[in-house]
Design a protein around this ligand. Structure first.
Ligand code: UT7
Length: 333
């Protein structure tokens, strides 16, 4: 029997402080009505100063390990847009916080598609026999790169972390990852970006140009590209798994915007009641979005063991990705 990566645990972690639309409307020219109707978001969480991306990642990691009944793994892969520091990577810090000294640990940078890129990398390392278990985490303190005066991004993004455990198994087991599709288009790098702080616009001893140290997104331009790329990627992942949209029990998309999610489900021909998500409660948490949605849906009993899941995401880079898997039997809580 072929070896496959099998999902064996799930967990998440949110900062303590929820920020409602009304809270934001006190500081910015916006309203609860605009945010709800344009995005579907009711609230998001912002981490307190002193809470790093690694702290949220470790919180989600502990819960995912518990859910898998494991105390250690061979590999930690962290997807994040907001690492603790530009150098070094954050995954080794997370491994240390989790008491996993010596394990392989690396970061993946693909913004909102990051979790699916990280999942594919870890699944590949398991399937080829190099590793037996992996912790794959998406974690963001996205609020640290938002411009506090930019209503177009402040109302959308939030902080949080989600994680899954993968272990070596066989393709016929519940939890087995069936297929992936990944893609990118660097020509679109200006559409979702932080311009300063890298080799292009160096910050050593200099102030960045106004606004360039903050995250910026051309929302309207990104909207339809997100729908188109996720639709094509989702179809391609289904093709590779020998499946069709009718085989999908649950569609779990990157929680970008409720209108995007509805348009995508419609274009794929997947009924709205088969979509699970938590955008209203957590907003767009970038790389953390899919594992956070998985953990919340699992805890709420909205994903059952044996159901086939289609995961899909789109984000900065531009990047996109999709995965097909079945959901395993996991403990709740
Ligand atoms: O996660 C990675 C991928 N990201 C995405 O997929 C995001 C894709 N884009 C979106 O979700 C949406 O484009 C947004 C939610 C970002 C914006 O929604 P929209 O319906 O595309 O609005 P818009 O940018 O076309 O703006 C409509 C109006 C504008 O005013 P005018 O020019 O019509 O007078 C904006 O200035 O709404 C205004 N506006 C706001 N008004 C109140 C923009 N942000 C706000 C706000 N509150 N927060």
């Amino acid at each position: 029997m072929m070896r496959a990566a099998v999902l064996a645990g799930v967990g998440s972690c949110l900062p303590a402080c929820a920020v409602s639309n009304e809270d934001l409307a006190k500081r910015l020219e916006t309203s609860d009505e605009w945010i709800r109707s344009r995005t579907g978001i009711r609230q998001r969480y912002f981490a307190e100063p002193g809470t790093a991306t690694s702290d949220l990642a470790a919180g989600a990691g502990v819960r995912a390990l518990k859910s898998a009944g494991l105390s250690a793994v061979d590999l930690v892969v962290l997807a994040t847009t907001t690492p603790d520091r530009p150098c070094p990577a954050t995954a080794p810090t997370v491994a240390s916080l989790l008491g996993l000294p010596g394990v392989a640990a690396f970061d993946v940078s693909a913004v909102c598609s990051g979790f699916l890129y990280a999942l594919a990398a870890a699944a590949g390392l398991i399937a080829t026999g190099g590793y037996a278990t992996a912790l794959v985490i998406g974690s963001e303190t996205f609020s640290t790169i938002l411009d506090p005066s930019d209503r177009t991004t402040m109302v959308i993004f939030g902080d949080g972390a989600g994680a899954v455990v993968l272990r070596a198994g066989t393709p016929d087991e519940p939890g087995a990852l069936e297929s992936f599709d990944l893609g990118s288009d660097g020509d679109g790098r200006d559409l979702i970006t932080v311009r300063a702080g890298g080799s292009e616009q160096r910050l050593s001893g200099r102030q960045p140009q106004a606004g360039d140290a903050y995250f910026a997104m051309a929302g309207r331009e990104v909207f339809w590209r997100a729908v188109q790329r996720m639709r094509e990627s989702a179809r391609s992942a289904l093709d590779r798994a020998g499946r069709v949209p009718g085989d999908v029990d649950r569609l779990v998309c990157h929680q970008a915007n409720l209108r995007i999610l509805k348009a995508l489900a419609h274009e794929l021909g997947i009924a709205p009641e088969r979509c699970v998500g938590n955008i209203a409660e957590v907003g767009n948490t970038a790389a953390a979005s899919i594992p956070l949605a998985l953990d919340h849906a699992h805890a709420a009993g909205r994903i059952a063991a044996g159901e086939r899941l289609l995961l899909t995401a789109f984000g900065g880079g531009l990047t996109w990705g999709s995965a097909v898997l079945t959901w395993p039997q996991l403990p709740i809580g």
